[in-house]
Design a protein around this ligand. Structure first.
Ligand SMILES: Cc1cc2nc3c(=O)[nH]c(=O)nc-3n(C[C@H](O)[C@H](O)[C@H](O)COP(=O)(O)OP(=O)(O)OC[C@H]3O[C@@H](n4cnc5c(N)ncnc54)[C@H](O)[C@@H]3O)c2cc1C
Length: 488
């Protein structure tokens, strides 16, 4: 028996990040009896995205009964699309109820991971060291805020902050609030703030397609029925999954009938709910629906038509002490400026230093752009896996299901290591190159390349996403291809 064979089952794991994917990993490792792990979390609480984003109006835009773990359904969701703080409470509760909180090392960022003599050596920002067999990087994708480089922003005399770093000390009632951006965040915020603001200016670079979606509250009777009948809850989830599958499968074919139906719904929403023809034209996107992430909102059009709201389409020229100066020469005087300008979606686990086999670094591997076989494994980085890594499925569906499928896939890859047959596994270079070539080719048919700028596109203008159907993703995740991975 080889050396690893002397200790089957004795693998030690490090999970980096205690957001949705890190909690999932810890719960699932524990469930499999793989209890020798530590979760490293640089913040002081679990939750990731849902801990960091606390802006008014934050909610999920995937129904809550779908945006929950398959192993932790809850009858208690208050709304079809529940609010951010309810989602944060859900993740905290799951972590607590599954007894993983004690395994989390809070307030300590993993600064480096080095593969030395068959094991990963981790060092944190506080100097703590650990040695593990397997690393699961669950460090998030919408995590590092993207700040616009407007001239004069430091001179602004009001409050200015990124949407994911909300300053709750700032007075909003009666304030003149400016929002930069028109993504889901900006849209949710506009609806939540318009009735509180003295004046609200929404600075739009690109108009968005808005999918109308009511957000009803679940009644006490409905919740009681879910409580007493887990079958009913499961059925609801199955129905939602089927509904969202239609969408997830449709966006990879820009000409599909489903895409046409979605476009018609968005168009009808615009035509019938925006009264002023000039505003309607300003809000009309000039690209195909779902090319950018589709916005889901029951009331954005109503909010932007309030008398104290203004859609500003002139380009932002600079920021001045009193407000925003647009290209038409107008000064929009403001007390608060919120930058709803999104995230650096190509950062992933960086700035962490990762050094793989034979001294190869992540900086070298990702010098051109981030990549990984099936978003999970990087050649030359054995026993190192990512959840929600580069080029994975993104879109208007639940990233929880994506992470659950990826985690199960990783466990299948790790099994021969756990059983002691091998010591190391990572994707082969050839498999990754073939996968990437096929991915880029398939991306040509998707709706994301039909003529818009979006955070889905990489520096070449190629969608940094899974370009095939969600069904295909599920199938691929069922069983890792034996040829694609190198075991040693
Ligand atoms: C405003 C907003 C709305 C969203 N709405 C939806 C939605 O409706 N549906 C949907 O499916 N998805 C949505 N998402 C995407 C969301 O990010 C994912 O659903 C999910 O929360 C990601 O979980 P994660 O664990 O992969 O990453 P994150 O939640 O980002 O967690 C990563 C964690 O890793 C920690 N970390 C990172 N680096 C290190 C390090 N080196 N050392 C230690 N700790 C580290 C971070 O502190 C963080 O806690 C939304 C995102 C945003 C920003």
């Amino acid at each position: 028996m080889n050396e690893a064979g002397d200790r089957p089952g004795a693998l030690r794991f490090a999970i980096i990040g205690a957001g949705m994917a890190g909690i999932l990993s810890a719960v699932k490792l524990k469930e499999r009896g793989l209890t020798d792990f530590t979760v490293f979390e640089k913040a002081d609480r679990v939750g990731g995205t849902w801990r960091e984003n606390t802006y008014p109006g934050l909610s999920c835009d995937v129904p809550s009964h779908l945006y929950s773990y398959s192993f932790a359904p809850t009858p208690e969701w208050s709304h079809r699309y529940s609010a951010g703080e309810e989602i944060q409470a859900y993740f905290e509760r799951v972590a607590h109820e599954h007894g993983i909180t004690d395994a989390i090392r809070f307030g300590d960022e993993v600064a480096s991971c080095r593969f030395v003599d068959g094991r990963w050596h981790l060092e944190t920002a506080r100097g703590h060291r650990d040695e593990v067999d397997v690393v699961i990087a669950a460090t998030g994708v919408l995590h590092h805020p993207r700040f616009p480089d407007f001239d004069g922003i430091d001179d602004f005399e009001g409050a200015v902050f990124h949407s994911s770093r909300w300053d709750h000390d700032v007075q909003l009632d009666g304030a003149r609030i400016g929002i930069v951006g028109t993504g889901s965040t900006a849209v949710q915020m506009t609806s939540a703030l318009v009735n509180r603001a003295g004046r609200l200016s929404l600075f739009q670079r690109t108009a968005q397609w808005i999918m109308p979606a009511e957000n009803p509250r679940y009644s006490d009777d409905e919740k009681a029925a879910f409580r007493s009948s887990p079958e009913q809850l499961a059925e609801l989830r199955t129905n939602l999954t089927q509904m969202f599958d239609v969408f997830a499968n449709a966006i990879v074919d820009a000409d599909s009938p489903e895409m046409k139906m979605i476009a018609e719904m968005c168009l009808e929403n615009l035509e019938s709910n925006v009264r002023d023809p000039e505003l309607r034209e300003a809000l009309r996107p000039d690209y195909q629906a779902a090319c950018k992430r589709l916005i889901v909102s029951p009331d954005f059009y109503e909010a932007i038509q309030q008398p104290n709201a203004e859609l500003v389409t002139d380009r932002i020229e600079r920021i001045e002490p009193a407000g925003v100066r647009t290209a038409d020469g107008r000064l929009h005087e403001l007390d608060v400026l919120v930058l709803a300008t999104g995230f650096k979606t190509d950062a992933f686990m960086r700035p962490m230093t990762v050094v793989g086999r034979d001294g190869g670094t992540l900086a070298q591997a990702w010098a051109v752009r981030p990549n990984a076989y099936m978003s999970v494994s990087i050649p030359g980085f054995p026993n190192f896996f990512m959840l929600n890594g580069p080029n994975g499925p993104v879109g208007n569906f639940s990233l929880i299901e994506v992470a659950e499928l990826q985690f199960a896939y990783i466990m299948k890859l790790v099994e021969p290591i756990r059983s002691g047959d091998y010591r190391e596994v990572s994707a082969s270079r050839e498999a990754m190159e073939d996968h990437e070539a096929a991915r880029v080719k398939a991306a040509e048919k998707t709706v994301w390349v039909t003529g818009c700028r979006s955070w889905y596109l990489d520096d070449r203008g190629i969608p940094a996403t899974w370009p095939w159907s969600f069904d295909r993703f599920r199938t691929e995740m069922q069983r890792p291809s034996a040829e694609a991975f190198e075991y040693r």
